[in-house]
Design a protein around this ligand. Sequence first.
Ligand code: CA
Length: 392
Amino acid sequence: MKEALVWGIFSKIDGEKRVAARIGSIIIDVYAVAKEGLFDEINFDIEVFRKDYLNDFIALGKPITNRVRQKIENLSNFEGIPTFSEDDINLHLPIKIGDYTDFYSSEQHAYNVGVMFRDPDNALLPNWKHLPVGYHGRASSIFPSGVNFHRPKGQINASDTTLPTFSPTKRLDIELEMATIIGKKTEIGDSVNVNEAEDYIFGFAIFNDWSARDIQRWEYVPLGPFLAKNFFSSLAHWIVPIEVLEPFKVETEEQLPEVLPYLKQRERQNFDVTLEVWLMPHGSSEAYIISSSNFKNMYWTAAQQIAHHTVNGCNLNVGDVMASGTISGKTPDSYGSLLELSWGGKTPIQLPNGETRSFLEDGDTVILKGYAEKDDFKVDFGEVRTTVLSSK
Ligand code: CA
């Protein structure tokens, strides 16, 4: 089985952060390889591999980053090259995130939430099929896999007829998402053509958009998500370059009603990547799979999201993150949030150890995983593993 190369940032005991390339379970110190001259015929400063984040490497542009990737992939063996396993090293947040936008682009998820939060007969709001709905999130509270957070507090239990109370959230949830990592900047005032938008994508990484449903329900009108979302988000250690996903491109369903010309993509394709949610209940050492979805369950592609994001002239920077929105499939075992899996708490999830969950309890660990496999070629996105700590 041939495995794809993915990018991250690692450090050894001395603490110096460097660029890591992972192929399967083998992690390569790219700076060390560069010092040996592997990239001498490519003209760039190898100090980009001795940085805290991937941004400077990514900013070199695809003609260079892809050649670097191919040079490493073409090594016949790793003899004499410093390699590690994940147990030997520390992994870090791979990019310095400038701006973070979260979309809402899986139709089944938007439909499910619309049914629960509003009206089953008008689950999708009138704009939903005309533009990729999104909001600007907060970059400062995005942390990598392995970093845990405390259950957030806020205003809950309020409605038209009841006053809010202040309490730790009782409806702490996950959102299974894919983050698009922007690899090329635009100038203010410029718009990205939808058919060229993939040139602006360096790659993808698994993302958990933690959500407090009771806080969300009260605060979201009329300006959208705020404190129900910005307390914490989790990003994988590994970024998968978009180019290695070429074999996994699949046709998507036709968009009806027809979208406006600036959103009309010549070849609208999604990526066939399996995405799983695993839950390890507190006090247990065993994790159970509670959902299996797929990145291809997107009504709006990442390219359409970028075209829409920039159509008004809003500029992009290297290291910006655009999250897909919760990715839910059509069947209940493929929903990407506990809100949907437990249908608002009405049908709690049954775990194999006899426990049930509607929302998360303190000490629960959630693990998101992603992978794609075809014709003896595998792409491993790694995982996003996070434990919920009790309120501070
Ligand atoms: Ca989200």
